[in-house]
Design a protein around this ligand. Structure first.
Ligand code: SF4
Length: 360
Protein backbone atom coordinates (compact mmCIF):
# COMPACT_ATOMS: atom_id res chain seq x y z
CA UNK A 1 0.00 0.00 0.00
CA UNK A 2 1.40 3.38 -0.98
CA UNK A 3 2.89 5.40 1.91
CA UNK A 4 2.58 2.39 4.18
CA UNK A 5 4.57 -0.62 2.98
CA UNK A 6 7.64 1.47 2.08
CA UNK A 7 7.63 2.86 5.63
CA UNK A 8 7.76 -0.72 6.96
CA UNK A 9 10.82 -1.66 4.89
CA UNK A 10 13.19 -3.52 7.23
CA UNK A 11 16.33 -2.63 5.25
CA UNK A 12 15.57 1.08 5.36
CA UNK A 13 14.76 0.88 9.07
CA UNK A 14 18.07 -0.88 9.79
CA UNK A 15 20.00 1.64 7.68
CA UNK A 16 18.55 4.48 9.76
CA UNK A 17 19.27 2.56 12.98
CA UNK A 18 22.89 2.08 11.86
CA UNK A 19 23.18 5.81 11.26
CA UNK A 20 21.84 6.49 14.77
CA UNK A 21 24.47 4.11 16.18
CA UNK A 22 27.24 5.86 14.21
CA UNK A 23 26.44 9.36 15.41
CA UNK A 24 25.49 8.70 19.03
CA UNK A 25 28.29 9.64 21.42
CA UNK A 26 26.46 9.94 24.76
CA UNK A 27 23.16 9.11 26.53
CA UNK A 28 20.02 10.90 25.34
CA UNK A 29 16.44 10.63 26.60
CA UNK A 30 13.74 11.21 23.99
CA UNK A 31 9.98 11.27 24.45
CA UNK A 32 7.48 10.24 21.79
CA UNK A 33 4.38 12.28 22.47
CA UNK A 34 1.73 10.07 20.92
CA UNK A 35 0.32 6.77 22.19
CA UNK A 36 0.07 5.53 18.59
CA UNK A 37 3.82 6.03 18.29
CA UNK A 38 4.36 4.22 21.62
CA UNK A 39 2.46 1.21 20.30
CA UNK A 40 4.43 1.18 17.05
CA UNK A 41 7.73 1.39 19.00
CA UNK A 42 6.86 -1.43 21.43
CA UNK A 43 5.11 -3.63 18.85
CA UNK A 44 8.09 -3.45 16.46
CA UNK A 45 10.72 -3.59 19.21
CA UNK A 46 12.28 -0.35 17.97
CA UNK A 47 13.40 0.68 21.46
CA UNK A 48 15.33 -2.60 21.73
CA UNK A 49 17.05 -2.01 18.38
CA UNK A 50 18.36 1.43 19.35
CA UNK A 51 21.85 1.85 20.79
CA UNK A 52 21.77 1.59 24.61
CA UNK A 53 22.52 5.32 24.95
CA UNK A 54 19.08 6.22 23.53
CA UNK A 55 16.29 5.91 26.09
CA UNK A 56 12.73 6.35 24.81
CA UNK A 57 10.15 7.46 27.36
CA UNK A 58 6.46 7.57 26.63
CA UNK A 59 4.46 10.77 26.59
CA UNK A 60 0.93 11.87 27.41
CA UNK A 61 -0.48 11.73 23.86
CA UNK A 62 -3.20 9.15 24.41
CA UNK A 63 -6.57 10.92 24.49
CA UNK A 64 -8.38 8.19 26.42
CA UNK A 65 -5.53 8.00 28.98
CA UNK A 66 -5.54 11.69 29.86
CA UNK A 67 -9.32 12.13 30.03
CA UNK A 68 -9.88 12.77 33.75
CA UNK A 69 -11.74 10.20 35.82
CA UNK A 70 -14.39 12.77 36.74
CA UNK A 71 -15.15 13.34 33.04
CA UNK A 72 -15.88 9.60 32.74
CA UNK A 73 -18.11 9.90 35.81
CA UNK A 74 -19.87 12.89 34.23
CA UNK A 75 -20.40 10.85 31.05
CA UNK A 76 -21.88 8.01 33.11
CA UNK A 77 -24.23 10.43 34.92
CA UNK A 78 -25.44 11.97 31.65
CA UNK A 79 -25.78 8.59 29.88
CA UNK A 80 -27.98 7.34 32.71
CA UNK A 81 -30.69 9.92 31.92
CA UNK A 82 -33.60 8.08 30.26
CA UNK A 83 -34.14 10.81 27.65
CA UNK A 84 -30.47 10.75 26.53
CA UNK A 85 -28.90 9.01 23.56
CA UNK A 86 -25.22 9.07 24.55
CA UNK A 87 -22.82 8.71 21.61
CA UNK A 88 -19.11 8.05 21.65
CA UNK A 89 -16.27 6.44 19.78
CA UNK A 90 -16.03 2.79 20.84
CA UNK A 91 -12.77 3.09 22.80
CA UNK A 92 -14.43 5.15 25.55
CA UNK A 93 -17.02 2.50 26.44
CA UNK A 94 -14.62 0.30 28.42
CA UNK A 95 -12.86 3.12 30.28
CA UNK A 96 -13.70 2.65 33.95
CA UNK A 97 -15.16 5.49 35.96
CA UNK A 98 -15.19 5.43 39.75
CA UNK A 99 -17.95 2.82 39.93
CA UNK A 100 -18.83 1.66 36.42
CA UNK A 101 -18.17 2.11 32.70
CA UNK A 102 -20.40 3.05 29.78
CA UNK A 103 -20.87 -0.63 28.88
CA UNK A 104 -22.41 -1.30 32.29
CA UNK A 105 -24.68 1.76 31.99
CA UNK A 106 -25.81 0.36 28.64
CA UNK A 107 -26.39 -3.07 30.23
CA UNK A 108 -28.58 -1.32 32.83
CA UNK A 109 -30.75 0.17 30.06
CA UNK A 110 -28.87 3.34 29.05
CA UNK A 111 -29.11 4.25 25.35
CA UNK A 112 -25.41 4.36 24.45
CA UNK A 113 -24.40 4.18 20.81
CA UNK A 114 -21.01 3.92 19.12
CA UNK A 115 -20.63 6.37 16.24
CA UNK A 116 -17.84 6.80 13.71
CA UNK A 117 -18.22 10.57 13.46
CA UNK A 118 -19.85 13.30 15.57
CA UNK A 119 -21.87 14.13 12.45
CA UNK A 120 -23.60 10.75 12.95
CA UNK A 121 -24.62 12.06 16.37
CA UNK A 122 -26.00 15.25 14.80
CA UNK A 123 -28.04 13.08 12.41
CA UNK A 124 -29.37 11.12 15.40
CA UNK A 125 -30.45 14.42 16.99
CA UNK A 126 -32.33 15.33 13.80
CA UNK A 127 -34.03 11.93 13.71
CA UNK A 128 -34.95 11.96 17.41
CA UNK A 129 -36.29 15.44 18.22
CA UNK A 130 -37.88 14.20 21.47
CA UNK A 131 -34.53 12.86 22.81
CA UNK A 132 -31.33 14.57 23.97
CA UNK A 133 -28.29 13.47 21.94
CA UNK A 134 -24.85 13.92 23.54
CA UNK A 135 -21.47 13.27 21.91
CA UNK A 136 -18.39 12.53 24.05
CA UNK A 137 -15.90 14.96 22.49
CA UNK A 138 -12.49 14.03 23.84
CA UNK A 139 -9.07 14.11 22.29
CA UNK A 140 -6.15 16.17 21.12
CA UNK A 141 -6.01 18.68 18.28
CA UNK A 142 -6.41 15.91 15.67
CA UNK A 143 -10.03 15.15 16.57
CA UNK A 144 -11.09 18.73 17.28
CA UNK A 145 -12.09 19.72 13.70
CA UNK A 146 -14.77 17.01 13.39
CA UNK A 147 -16.12 17.82 16.85
CA UNK A 148 -16.42 21.56 16.25
CA UNK A 149 -17.97 21.00 12.81
CA UNK A 150 -20.71 18.96 14.51
CA UNK A 151 -21.48 21.98 16.71
CA UNK A 152 -21.49 24.36 13.72
CA UNK A 153 -23.79 21.95 11.87
CA UNK A 154 -26.16 21.57 14.84
CA UNK A 155 -26.25 25.38 15.14
CA UNK A 156 -27.10 25.76 11.45
CA UNK A 157 -29.89 23.20 11.81
CA UNK A 158 -31.21 25.01 14.93
CA UNK A 159 -31.02 21.75 16.89
CA UNK A 160 -31.76 22.30 20.57
CA UNK A 161 -31.35 18.61 21.50
CA UNK A 162 -27.64 18.19 20.60
CA UNK A 163 -24.71 18.82 22.94
CA UNK A 164 -21.11 17.69 23.43
CA UNK A 165 -19.25 16.67 26.58
CA UNK A 166 -15.89 18.33 25.97
CA UNK A 167 -12.51 17.26 27.26
CA UNK A 168 -10.13 18.54 24.60
CA UNK A 169 -6.43 18.89 25.30
CA UNK A 170 -3.52 20.51 23.46
CA UNK A 171 0.02 19.19 23.04
CA UNK A 172 2.23 22.34 23.30
CA UNK A 173 1.24 23.26 26.90
CA UNK A 174 1.83 19.61 27.93
CA UNK A 175 5.34 19.72 26.46
CA UNK A 176 6.00 22.94 28.39
CA UNK A 177 4.66 21.39 31.62
CA UNK A 178 6.98 18.38 31.20
CA UNK A 179 9.97 20.64 30.50
CA UNK A 180 9.15 22.90 33.46
CA UNK A 181 9.08 19.96 35.88
CA UNK A 182 12.17 19.86 38.15
CA UNK A 183 12.27 16.08 37.60
CA UNK A 184 12.26 16.32 33.83
CA UNK A 185 14.81 14.19 31.99
CA UNK A 186 13.49 14.55 28.43
CA UNK A 187 16.08 16.07 26.07
CA UNK A 188 14.22 15.83 22.76
CA UNK A 189 10.67 15.25 21.56
CA UNK A 190 9.06 13.32 18.72
CA UNK A 191 5.93 15.41 18.03
CA UNK A 192 2.73 13.67 16.95
CA UNK A 193 2.32 13.71 13.16
CA UNK A 194 -1.49 13.67 13.06
CA UNK A 195 -1.78 16.56 15.53
CA UNK A 196 0.68 18.56 13.41
CA UNK A 197 -1.29 17.68 10.25
CA UNK A 198 -4.04 19.88 11.71
CA UNK A 199 -2.06 22.45 13.70
CA UNK A 200 1.25 22.57 11.79
CA UNK A 201 4.39 22.94 13.85
CA UNK A 202 4.61 26.74 14.19
CA UNK A 203 3.57 26.45 17.86
CA UNK A 204 6.66 24.33 18.59
CA UNK A 205 9.22 26.87 17.36
CA UNK A 206 9.10 29.14 20.47
CA UNK A 207 9.12 26.09 22.78
CA UNK A 208 12.28 24.70 21.13
CA UNK A 209 13.87 28.15 21.41
CA UNK A 210 12.82 28.78 25.02
CA UNK A 211 13.93 25.38 26.35
CA UNK A 212 16.83 24.84 23.94
CA UNK A 213 15.42 21.46 22.94
CA UNK A 214 15.00 19.74 19.55
CA UNK A 215 11.54 18.65 18.43
CA UNK A 216 10.91 16.49 15.36
CA UNK A 217 7.48 16.01 13.80
CA UNK A 218 7.25 12.23 13.43
CA UNK A 219 4.86 9.74 11.85
CA UNK A 220 3.75 6.32 13.01
CA UNK A 221 5.31 3.60 10.85
CA UNK A 222 8.64 2.03 11.92
CA UNK A 223 10.66 3.99 9.35
CA UNK A 224 8.88 7.23 10.29
CA UNK A 225 9.83 6.70 13.91
CA UNK A 226 13.50 5.84 13.41
CA UNK A 227 13.81 8.79 11.01
CA UNK A 228 12.29 11.02 13.70
CA UNK A 229 14.74 9.64 16.26
CA UNK A 230 17.66 10.07 13.86
CA UNK A 231 16.75 13.70 13.14
CA UNK A 232 16.42 14.44 16.88
CA UNK A 233 19.71 12.73 17.79
CA UNK A 234 21.47 14.63 14.98
CA UNK A 235 20.23 17.89 16.53
CA UNK A 236 21.26 16.82 20.04
CA UNK A 237 24.73 15.73 18.94
CA UNK A 238 25.15 19.03 17.07
CA UNK A 239 23.98 21.01 20.12
CA UNK A 240 21.10 22.64 18.23
CA UNK A 241 17.41 22.99 19.06
CA UNK A 242 15.77 22.85 15.67
CA UNK A 243 12.18 21.91 14.95
CA UNK A 244 12.38 19.41 12.10
CA UNK A 245 9.68 17.78 10.02
CA UNK A 246 10.20 14.04 9.45
CA UNK A 247 6.57 13.62 8.32
CA UNK A 248 6.54 16.02 5.40
CA UNK A 249 4.26 13.81 3.32
CA UNK A 250 1.45 14.98 5.63
CA UNK A 251 2.58 17.98 7.70
CA UNK A 252 3.43 21.58 6.82
CA UNK A 253 4.62 24.31 9.17
CA UNK A 254 1.30 26.20 9.00
CA UNK A 255 -0.93 23.09 9.11
CA UNK A 256 -4.54 23.02 7.99
CA UNK A 257 -5.56 26.65 8.38
CA UNK A 258 -9.23 26.04 7.52
CA UNK A 259 -9.42 23.49 10.34
CA UNK A 260 -7.64 25.87 12.74
CA UNK A 261 -10.10 28.65 11.82
CA UNK A 262 -13.19 26.58 12.61
CA UNK A 263 -11.60 25.35 15.87
CA UNK A 264 -10.97 28.98 16.87
CA UNK A 265 -14.53 29.90 15.90
CA UNK A 266 -16.04 27.33 18.30
CA UNK A 267 -13.40 26.72 21.01
CA UNK A 268 -11.36 28.96 23.29
CA UNK A 269 -8.34 28.02 25.41
CA UNK A 270 -8.86 26.98 29.04
CA UNK A 271 -7.01 25.28 31.87
CA UNK A 272 -7.61 21.52 31.64
CA UNK A 273 -7.09 18.65 34.06
CA UNK A 274 -5.12 15.68 32.68
CA UNK A 275 -5.72 12.28 34.22
CA UNK A 276 -2.91 11.35 36.60
CA UNK A 277 -1.05 14.61 35.95
CA UNK A 278 -3.37 17.33 37.22
CA UNK A 279 -4.31 20.72 35.82
CA UNK A 280 -2.05 22.16 33.12
CA UNK A 281 -2.67 25.88 32.53
CA UNK A 282 -4.09 26.80 29.13
CA UNK A 283 -3.84 23.18 27.97
CA UNK A 284 -7.41 22.60 26.84
CA UNK A 285 -10.27 23.85 24.78
CA UNK A 286 -13.84 24.59 25.81
CA UNK A 287 -16.83 25.97 23.94
CA UNK A 288 -16.87 29.74 23.41
CA UNK A 289 -19.75 31.64 25.06
CA UNK A 290 -21.59 31.82 21.71
CA UNK A 291 -21.80 28.02 21.71
CA UNK A 292 -22.36 27.20 25.41
CA UNK A 293 -25.90 26.02 24.65
CA UNK A 294 -24.17 22.95 23.18
CA UNK A 295 -22.25 22.28 26.42
CA UNK A 296 -23.50 18.99 27.92
CA UNK A 297 -21.82 19.67 31.29
CA UNK A 298 -23.99 22.76 31.73
CA UNK A 299 -27.12 21.26 30.18
CA UNK A 300 -27.09 18.26 32.55
CA UNK A 301 -25.58 20.16 35.52
CA UNK A 302 -22.73 17.72 36.13
CA UNK A 303 -19.99 20.36 36.46
CA UNK A 304 -19.54 19.77 40.20
CA UNK A 305 -18.73 16.00 39.99
CA UNK A 306 -15.24 15.28 41.43
CA UNK A 307 -13.48 11.87 41.50
CA UNK A 308 -10.34 10.37 43.04
CA UNK A 309 -7.83 8.20 41.14
CA UNK A 310 -6.70 4.79 42.43
CA UNK A 311 -3.72 5.42 44.76
CA UNK A 312 -1.98 2.34 43.26
CA UNK A 313 -1.86 3.76 39.75
CA UNK A 314 1.27 5.66 38.70
CA UNK A 315 0.01 6.46 35.20
CA UNK A 316 0.67 10.16 35.81
CA UNK A 317 4.39 9.38 36.16
CA UNK A 318 4.25 7.12 33.08
CA UNK A 319 2.57 9.87 31.05
CA UNK A 320 5.32 12.35 32.02
CA UNK A 321 8.13 9.97 31.09
CA UNK A 322 9.27 9.60 34.72
CA UNK A 323 8.44 5.87 34.99
CA UNK A 324 7.88 3.01 32.57
CA UNK A 325 4.78 0.79 32.84
CA UNK A 326 6.68 -2.27 34.06
CA UNK A 327 8.01 -0.21 36.99
CA UNK A 328 4.44 -0.06 38.37
CA UNK A 329 3.86 -2.61 41.15
CA UNK A 330 0.33 -3.32 39.89
CA UNK A 331 1.41 -3.95 36.27
CA UNK A 332 0.19 -7.33 35.04
CA UNK A 333 -1.03 -8.41 38.47
CA UNK A 334 -3.64 -6.11 39.99
CA UNK A 335 -3.84 -4.18 36.73
CA UNK A 336 -4.48 -5.92 33.40
CA UNK A 337 -6.46 -4.94 30.26
CA UNK A 338 -9.38 -7.05 31.60
CA UNK A 339 -9.20 -5.37 35.00
CA UNK A 340 -7.52 -1.99 34.49
CA UNK A 341 -6.77 0.33 37.38
CA UNK A 342 -5.79 3.22 35.12
CA UNK A 343 -6.62 4.49 31.67
CA UNK A 344 -3.11 3.77 30.31
CA UNK A 345 -4.02 0.07 30.65
CA UNK A 346 -7.55 0.23 29.26
CA UNK A 347 -6.85 2.34 26.22
CA UNK A 348 -5.54 0.68 23.07
CA UNK A 349 -3.09 3.59 22.78
CA UNK A 350 -1.99 3.46 26.42
CA UNK A 351 1.65 2.70 27.24
CA UNK A 352 0.70 0.14 29.92
CA UNK A 353 -1.51 -1.73 27.44
CA UNK A 354 1.33 -1.71 24.88
CA UNK A 355 3.78 -3.21 27.40
CA UNK A 356 1.18 -5.80 28.46
CA UNK A 357 0.34 -6.81 24.90
CA UNK A 358 3.86 -6.96 23.45
CA UNK A 359 6.23 -7.46 26.40
CA UNK A 360 4.41 -9.42 29.09
S1 SF4 B 1 -0.02 -0.70 35.13
FE1 SF4 B 1 -2.13 -0.06 35.68
S2 SF4 B 1 -1.95 0.76 37.75
FE2 SF4 B 1 0.11 0.71 36.88
S3 SF4 B 1 0.40 2.73 35.92
FE3 SF4 B 1 -0.37 1.37 34.33
S4 SF4 B 1 -2.60 1.72 34.39
FE4 SF4 B 1 -1.81 2.51 36.33
Amino acid sequence: MKYLSEYRDGELVHAALNRIREITTRPWTLMEICGGQTHSIIKNGLDQLLPPEIDLVHGPGCPVCVTPLELIDKALAIASHPEVIFTSYGDMLRVPGSQADLFSVRAAGGDIRVVYSPLDAVRLAQENPDREVVFFAIGFEATAPANVISVVQADKLNLDNYSILVSHVRVPPAIEAILNSPENRVQGFLAAGHVCAVMGYWEYLPIAEKFDIPITVTGFEPLDIVQGILATVESLEAGTHQVKNAYSRTVTEEGNQSAQAVINQVFENCDRKWRGIGTIPNSGWRLRPAYTKFDAEKRFQVESIQSEESPLCISGLVLQGLKKPDECEAFGTLCTPENPLGATMVSDEGACAAYFRYRK
